[in-house]
Design a protein around this ligand. Sequence first.
Ligand code: NAD
Length: 303
Amino acid sequence: MAIRFDGRVAIVTGAGGGLGRSHALEFARRGAKVVVNDLGGSVDGSGGSSDAANAVVEEIKAAGGEAIANGSSVTDRDGVARLVAEAMDAFGRIDILVNNAGILRDKSFAKMNMDDFQLVVDVHLMGAANCAHAVWPVMKQQKYGRIVMTASSSGLYGNFGQTNYGAAKLGQAGLMNTLKLEGAKDNIHTNAIVPIAATRMTEDLFPPQLLELFRPELVSPAVMLLAGEDAPNGEIICAGAGHFAKAQIVESEGAYLGADATAEALAARWDDIVDMRGQQPFEMGAKQTEKFAMKAMAALKKG
Ligand code: NAD
């Protein structure tokens, strides 16, 4: 079954280059009307120009598609309101939001300037929340919406020099975890990708022979599926170089230590507690609380 977006409207933030451009072009090729947002700054977020977004809009139009450009920063709530208003004026609805805009300000934590920490959190986490919050009423009213977050292996697993970036990126997954619950009844599905691609952001990390292997175009299929009509809800999909995988937070079965649990008793059972063989994911935090209550109640019953 072809994944098509005819009649659908997609906003892609940070779509003036790299991954965002690839997603925007692919949405347009598949029939979507696209709002190409990009501040047009450098990798560290400095500067800005509408040229990048305009160039992608021209590419889409040249291929016979429909698109408009927007140069708002995702950190600017008034700018995000303008982005949504322009999308509604031009196309009358918003079906898809891809939170892709991002910057880097890498430094080891010891040398990290907290203004750089704040800025990275502002762009990735607050930017994603600002955009999701602005499209939310539209999607609720339509009873249809697809939101795709852009997380990172740096958030899931850590990377030297990226405390700010990693925290913000896992924050987007945390944002998704609750949006997936709150949006479900209105057919708003929220998912996340964890991309690996050779772009200006990562070009120094890839040896030249891998640049072609990690084309941004090989991440976009994950976005198309997660933004499609049959999208799942609450999945984290890793994508790069043509390989795709699911990431998930799981919890061990653990061990019940009783109402008189002590740190020493915990240490004595450590191997059981960190044994991941009975690992379990939870669809929401309340289910995990339920598990803990059940363990304690079962012990009480036993006497
Ligand atoms: P990129 O630098 O080419 O793209 C990021 C885009 O976001 C740029 O065009 C930039 O102008 C725009 N942008 C930055 N701040 C903005 C703001 N405040 N408002 C609007 N637009 C803004 O790099 P990319 O690799 O294509 O990154 C895309 C996304 O994927 C980012 O969120 C990045 O963190 C994430 N990511 C990339 C990789 C990778 O391997 N390339 C890995 C993990 C996550």
